[in-house]
Design a protein. Structure first.
Length: 115
């Protein structure tokens, strides 16, 4: 029984400290914006800030990364991002298609350069 508790301990901690706090804020946001107009200036501003933050995180991941991804040449990472964006547009704005194509491009580049 003790072995089983040790096995599920990290998963329980991830659920308790990672997933649930995030879900509480998502639920609060869902309840608070229920009556707002999608084209209102505040919602437009929030969407712009969220998009800018996401762009910053992606730029940091592509240009100044660490770990195993740093072994892949920066040209491959930039090219994979372009391929992923092109796949996103070609597949009628499918996020899944864009992420899958970009990830396949990174893996192909890593294989090509022997990383």
């Amino acid at each position: 029984m003790k072995l089983m508790l040790q096995d599920i301990g990290p998963w329980f901690a991830l659920l308790l400290f990672g997933f649930l706090p995030n879900e509480i804020w998502r639920l609060a946001g869902f309840v608070l914006v229920r009556g707002l107009d999608e084209k209102s200036p505040i919602i437009t501003w929030v969407r712009a800030v969220a998009t800018a933050m996401l762009a910053g995180v992606l730029a940091q991941l592509i240009l100044s990364t660490s770990g195993a991804l740093a072994l892949i040449p920066v040209g491959v990472r930039i090219g994979a991002a372009c391929i992923g964006f092109a796949a996103f547009l070609v597949a009628r704005r499918s996020v899944f298609a864009g992420v899958a194509a970009g990830e396949l491009a990174v893996m192909a580049g890593a294989y090509w350069f022997g990383v």
